[in-house]
Design a binder for this molecule. Structure first.
Ligand code: ZN
Length: 437
């Protein structure tokens, strides 16, 4: 069912001089008064939450109603794989001094929550162990958080979807019909936050959901267990989100079958990044951990578009590191070039058939390809065995003529074909990839 490398919304590069701002993605109808707000990544060491929000933003289409998604609320903590480098953001919604590092993020989130159209707020978390109403054992007991719908109170009078407990029960019921294992069963945990007596009740009064309730919005936490692999946490979160949308009358389509196996494939393999207005496109599925001689424009800031809102590129010690949630995918070791604008196409014979190939494409090759000679261009196939050629156009290039360690991927299938301007000697015009099938 999955169409790999289909075109999604691409997110502009998110690096800011003084840190990371979060992304607000608005999906569905633009004039809707019944919007679901989904928040992921409030704590960077809970990948189930931010990966689920990310997949919702990239692989779902909202066909009726509207959903707003913040997949990377504490983006810096996601990259750092840390609960909160400047303290736990989910304890900053009651009172916060203006000089707190997270003040602007919290303030911006509060304003979003307060918007009239927002009627329900879901805060996505990964929790420890398995929540049970009664003590079973160390990992299955009332003080655990995993596999639970979280509410601050059973009912909030006078607001839309104020029957929190009923709704949470419906969500649990839906999830429990699709369990991968019996142990994963969902229950509703009511933190009775308004009592503000116990330590936990007091702590909960500083959270995003309790703030939202105070502003007249139905709000829920959703916790999947940290004992599960990330794709299984995401699986349960998407089941929950689909039920919440259903409760609100929001309709959607998605690009994959909601099974744990397909989700793992979406998360690991349906990822890519492009640079400099698509001059360069790199699939990130099984990408090599280091890519050398990566052509970066001299004297310019690197510009990129990741396929996921929890993906970014950071400059570290003169290299460019591609992060995807908690994962470090690859390090690009730059080689600096002058760039030149080029939006033409190259004539390339692929397995005997002529193709017009644009920069930033991925060309599938069964046996060989041959970039037609053109005196305007110098072609450099990275990893081509015969290094005597200054210009590798006009050659039938087969997989057996390539050196595996130069491939973009770990499997030795994808190779870079770089295009330089002959007249200006060495200006970089762009690249495409060939993938040997
Ligand atoms: Zn959490």
């Amino acid at each position: 069912m999955l169409r790999l490398f289909s075109t999604f919304i691409l997110f502009a590069g998110l690096v800011f001089a003084d840190g990371f701002d979060f992304t607000l993605i608005k999906k569905g109808s633009t004039d809707d008064n019944n919007t679901l707000l989904v928040v992921g990544g409030i704590q960077g060491d809970e990948p189930g939450g931010f990966m689920a929000a990310s997949i919702l933003s990239t692989h779902y289409k909202i066909t009726k109603g509207s959903v707003w998604i913040v997949p990377n609320f504490n983006f810096y903590s996601i990259i750092k794989r840390n609960r909160g480098p400047y303290g736990d953001m989910n304890r900053k919604f009651a009172n916060l001094p203006t000089n707190d590092h997270d003040f602007h993020s919290i303030d911006r989130m509060k304003k979003i929550i307060q918007k009239d159209n927002i009627k329900m707020v879901i805060n996505l978390h990964d929790g420890s162990g398995f929540y049970r109403k009664k003590y079973v054992d160390k990992n299955h007991r009332p003080s655990k958080w995993g596999q639970a719908s979280i509410i601050d109170q059973a009912v909030v009078e006078g607001i839309k979807y104020g029957n929190l407990e009923e709704i949470a029960n419906k969500v649990d019921e839906h999830i429990n019909k699709h369990l991968l294992k019996k142990e994963h069963v969902f229950h509703t945990k009511n933190t009775k936050t308004h009592l503000k007596k116990t330590y936990e009740e007091k702590e909960m009064s500083k959270t995003l959901t309790y703030y939202a309730i105070g502003k007249g919005k139905a709000a829920f936490g959703n916790e999947s267990s940290k004992a599960l692999p990330v794709h299984e946490r995401v699986y349960y979160k998407l089941l929950a989100l689909e039920k919440f949308m259903d409760v609100m009358g929001i309709e959607y389509t998605r690009e994959f079958d909601l099974t744990a196996k397909e989700l793992k494939n979406v998360i690991d393999n349906d990822i890519f990044i492009s640079f400099n207005d698509k001059k360069i496109y790199i699939p990130l599925s099984r990408v090599r951990s280091r890519i050398a001689y990566f052509p970066v424009e001299r004297g310019a800031k690197i510009s990129f578009k990741p396929s996921s809102p929890v993906m970014t590129v950071l400059e570290e010690k003169g290299k460019y590191v591609v992060y995807y949630g908690n994962r470090k995918l690859t390090t690009l070791v730059p080689q600096y070039f002058e760039y030149d604008d080029f939006d033409g196409r190259l004539d390339v014979v692929v397995d005997g058939k002529m193709q017009k190939v644009a920069m930033g494409s991925l060309v599938e090759v069964k046996k060989y390809f041959n970039v037609k000679k053109d005196k305007r261009f110098r072609i450099n196939v990275i990893g081509y065995v015969n290094r005597k050629h200054k210009n590798e156009s006009g050659l039938n290039i087969r997989k057996k003529y390539t050196i595996k360690r130069f491939s973009v991927d770990k499997d030795g299938k994808r190779y870079r074909v770089e295009v330089y301007d002959n007249k200006t000697k060495n200006r970089f015009l762009g690249m495409f990839l060939v993938e040997f099938k």
